[in-house]
Design a protein around this ligand. Sequence first.
Ligand code: C2O
Ligand code: CU
Ligand code: CU
Length: 531
Amino acid sequence: MNPCTKIPRQDFLRYAGVGSASLLTAAVALRSSAQAAPGPRPERSAPNLEIELRPSPTEVSLLSGRPTRVWSYRGKVLAGDPSSLQALPGSYLGPIIRVRRGQSIRVHLINGIEQPTIIHWHGLHVPARMDGHPRYAIGPGQRFVYDFEVTNRAGTYWYHPHPDMLTGPQAYYGMAGLFLVSDNEERALNLPSGEYDVPLVIQDRTFDAGNQLIYLEGAGMIGQMIGFLGDRILVNGHPDFVLPVATRAYRLRLLNGSNSRIYKLAWSDGTPMTIIATDGGLLEHPVRRAYVTLAPAERVELWADFSRHQVGSELVLQSLPFSGTMSTGGMGGMMGGGMMGGGFSGGQALPDGAEFPVLTVRVARRETETRTLPARLSTFSRYRLEDAVNRDHPRRFYLAMQAMRWGINGREFQMTAVASDEIVKLGTQEVWELVNDASRAMMGAMAHPIHIHNLQFQVLARESTRDAEEASRTLGGGFLDGGWKDTVLVLPGQRVRLLLKFQDYTGLYLYHCHNLEHEDMGMMRNYLVQR
Ligand code: C2O
Ligand code: CU
Ligand code: CU
């Protein structure tokens, strides 16, 4: 047993703020470095892109008055195309990394903060050792070198920290960035590109009177159980974000980079959303929805045509109200309504399911549009249930709270532990069932965005019980279950069945709730792919 298991997980979080390096985080560092013995690096052809990412403390001007202290990934191209990194000036977000499918890349992570850290490439299919598992976390000043080939389809992926128990605060204080992959299939579509291809990272934050970020302070156990909800919405790191556009079509890439907030995104003038891609890239055909449900870590790409708008007019991307994502348990529950609004952040937080503007589109200039939305975007095959080795016995994962902690199948994260029902065979296809059983939840149930590392999966089915009625009535119309996904929101009272295939790489990978407070609390497990 390692010496840290006796310290309650939530105590780590309390010490995790910017600049408060503590004995406890040092203890995490020790534990991590002890397990991070570098293995042999696989033989690779020379990378055609080599970059450095150095998370470091810095200051950015986000609000009028004093600058805000943040942690930010600073990037540098060491070899290869200099335009592979696109900095976002004035933002805490890391540089956008742009690569082509098939490229070999090498990334030097140099830890410039006072805590252990490691980078995970969210959505990418890479060898286990390159995946940013918490056991590879490096201490302050140390370096970790990633070498991998980009094999994913074109799409909007992202990168963020993944150290045990510290992912929430590190992402919150600014450590996150986009990882955009292009490929030939996508290029042939001639989608809007350059300045017409706009990344939009949506996050919520809370500032104190001195413009400094506040993370869960004073929120206590309940705050962590719910997850962090900020009282300001930031886009690409800016509050009150305005996007100036021309009267033409745009490709908008949306990432919910929030720790725990769910968005129900819609245009203020009632225009339906036109979705062209999900987590794992292009859909087969564009899909129209009144709104899009975007849980933490999920991405969608929109086709947005402003050609019929007047120059000078404005359009708002809003988050519409929803309810039922937190249900009261059989014993009265701790998570019930009254708690939500005033439980923490001095009652200032926008409660879960609130209505608010996310960003404003300002139609700034005329341009003639010649482009039309392609009717067919992509071709890919559907996995079939018949091909799953466990088609009659789905591997089941119960998402529930036990002893005041969220867990999966009653377990919490242990660095390298894998249970016998968490071992899969390389080359096989399986069906997994994520069960959010609200009726059995004593303390109440919550919506959980479940993320699986190493692959993109397909959603086979989503079943709702009566407990899911309200949430599924107010959010269910915005799910995009027809595309490739790496994160799926499971509402209280729902079971979601997935088809997944374990290909190319063996080793330990994670699956977890992407509500980052739940993840840090231990709602994360390993699964092992073996031969
Ligand atoms: Cu985006 Cu394991 O995380
Ligand atoms: Cu991931
Ligand atoms: Cu969760």
